[in-house]
Design a protein around this ligand. Sequence first.
Ligand code: M6R
Length: 365
Amino acid sequence: ERGGYDHFMLKEIFEQPTTVENTMRGRLILEDGTSKLGGLNMSHEQLMAIDNIVITACGTSWHSALIGEMMIEDLCRIPVEVEYASEFRYRNPIVTPTTLCIVISQSGETADTLAAMREAKRRGAHTLGLVNVVGSTIAREDDGGVYLHAGPEIGVASTKAFTSQVVALALFALKLARKRTLSVIRGREIAQAMHDLPAQIQKILDRAAEIEKIAEEYKDAHNFLYLGRGFNFPAALEGALKLKEISYIHAEGYPAAEMKHGPIALIDEKMPVVFIAPHDGVFDKIVSNIQEVKARGGKTIIITSRDEPALEGLVDHEFRIPETVDMLTPVLASVPLQLLAYYIAVKRGANVDQPRNLAKSVTVE
Ligand code: M6R
């Protein structure tokens, strides 16, 4: 049932060319640079009336929400708030009849996420579930939905659901933006980039052995720092979560420039720092953060996308990902981070599919 893979987690990481494809199947309209989402259950007028969006979720799904926030604000120019479901449900959240509440959950059963959705509904928001498990409670109770179609995720560490969530958010942002603020030319560019993702993910997976080597070198580290900027700040958070939950190595994700406001004190020769630095709009900015780490003797593991003279002398390990539009870079960048966490955990003898103290779906608050 693990299809020849040692663990479900590895199988699910390697399924991503297919699962990302399945999330987009029949939904992407290349010619018009937009998407078709049959389950939204919102009229054109309702979609046009949305003037604020709240996205609520937990854990990995909360990380994809942060990427969705940036995509929607950038493409649609609608203010977005991302809230931990556990916090949202006990606050006194501001929800209006023109609020769209997007609820993200792989399982569709997370107790806090379900309660947050019910609270948003009670206050009159239209709720939209981005859910993987068909027929789950959130999928049944939301006002509209976008199924991820990633197939069953068995490994406790979420991998393929995360990349599908980001792609589903991109589909939604594209649709809304093309109705409101985005030209067909720009829409087509994004749609084409989405269409190319599965083949690009496959190219990364074909080089998994490069990541396994890096894992061998750092498997005994006690701490890890993950740094990214812009769309890849949430990718840094997700990379750190993957590592800590399955390898039990302490790891933190930070926006790269925040490092000098505290975490920089942690850096010494024993501290591996993973930089998520594809060649996007903030690449030059992250180079200075890489210099700051190198100057203090930290070990740098850099996920980047080009030969770059600016990185000379700053790189201990490098892994290249293909290039795409900025907003989709976290989809590609997260794959080597999943592999890094996986190989480190396996080399430490950890039970990656069943990490201690963790449940696949958290149905208690
Ligand atoms: O099923 P959900 O997406 O609602 O689950 C939310 C979190 O419990 C989940 O993403 C968790 O953080 C993952 N196991 C992390 O890999």
